[in-house]
Design a protein around this ligand. Structure first.
Ligand code: UDP
Ligand code: MG
Length: 309
């Protein structure tokens, strides 16, 4: 008999957890007769009643386990904690807000069980219900990162996926501190089937992702899976050296041929501003990588558990 672990990262989800639990139970009873389940709710330092609700559930239902962090460590950390605690032969990650429909799970399970797939991922084909500006930047991000990285990042891919034990164990072997799961999943490889679905809006509560948070997450993805920005800044530097060289020759020739009428202060100031801007930008790029390296080297724990059952 096989066992499925469902991991649910929760950050201030008091409104959605009961709805999620009911829907998940409905699907389990309907589609998964005779298959054992385990639900791991990871409380990522919620400030509301999330932990109590989960504890209540775990008293009522033996399948429910919980892990509670000492503070908010972010969804990546919550997913990792869940994967490390999981004991199922198959593991799935789901958001608490029902944006990842549990009803799709049976189809995913069948694909792994009966066909030659090791993991089934999901991607949303529409971004309906999302602010247009956010969709625009999200699309742009995927275009850029796929140009810069050898690892394929699928546009619209969600964290909702079902994986075999083997895939989970491979992911757990990647001990990096700066975790960008979408990349890690592509990195480990294996046969992955992508299921597409229309975006579903969250049932209650609100999204935890501000534009700024998403921007930082995008930077995380780029620095974790590409070193192209470093190469790019070297190229820009080289290009400016070349331009400077040409300009020097032009000026020397001009001075020898026509004398030297002093002038060109405004243009000089512009050039200084421009070039020092490029220098600072490149330093910033290097700084990004350095800071990531710094965090890796410190080997701090990715999360700290306060309590669990
Ligand atoms: N989440 C988390 N820690 C965080 C932010 C979010 O565990 O710091 C969880 C959240 O509770 C939810 C899932 O990650 O179950 C997705 O979050 P959200 O719905 O806010 O993101 P969106 O669907 O808007 O991308
Ligand atoms: Mg959501």
């Amino acid at each position: 008999m096989s066992k499925i672990t469902v991991i649910i990262p929760c950050f201030n989800e008091e409104k959605t957890i009961p709805l999620f639990y009911d829907e998940m139970e409905r699907v389990r009873k309907k589609d998964f007769k005779g298959i054992e389940f385990e639900y791991i709710f990871v409380n990522d330092g919620s400030k509301d009643n999330t932990l109590n609700i989960v504890k209540e559930l775990s008293k009522k239902d033996k399948k429910v386990r919980y892990i509670s962090f000492s503070r908010n460590f972010g969804k990546e950390a919550a997913m990792l904690a869940g994967l490390e605690e999981s004991s199922g032969d198959y593991v799935t990650l789901m958001d608490a807000d029902l944006q990842d429909p549990p009803a799709m799970l049976r189809e995913m399970y069948d694909l792994i069980k009966n066909e030659d797939y090791d993991a089934v991922g999901t991607r949303r084909v529409s971004r309906k219900g999302e602010p247009p500006i956010r969709s625009f930047f999200a699309r742009l991000f995927y275009k850029i990162i796929n140009k810069m990285s050898n690892i394929e990042m699928v546009d619209g891919a969600r964290d909702y996926r079902l994986m075999s034990r083997q895939v989970v164990d491979s992911i757990l072997e990647l001990g990096e501190y700066n975790r960008y799961s979408k990349g890690l999943w592509s990195f480990v490889g294996f046969n992955t089937k992508w299921l597409e679905y229309e975006n579903v809006e969250r049932v209650a509560g609100e999204s935890k992702w501000s534009f700024w948070k998403l921007f930082k997450y995008a930077m995380e993805g780029i620095t974790a899976f590409s070193t192209v920005p470093l190469v790019l800044s070297s190229f820009i530097g080289l290009f400016f050296c070349f331009v400077a060289f040409i300009l020097i020759i032009v000026i020397i020739v001009k001075t020898l041929a026509f004398g030297d009428p002093t002038g060109g202060w405004p243009s000089l100031v512009c050039i200084i501003f421009f070039v020092s801007g490029v220098q600072l930008f490149s330093l910033g790029v290097i700084g990004q990588y350095l800071s990531k390296t710094y965090l890796e080297v410190k080997r701090r724990p990715i999360y700290i558990i306060k309590e669990k059952n």
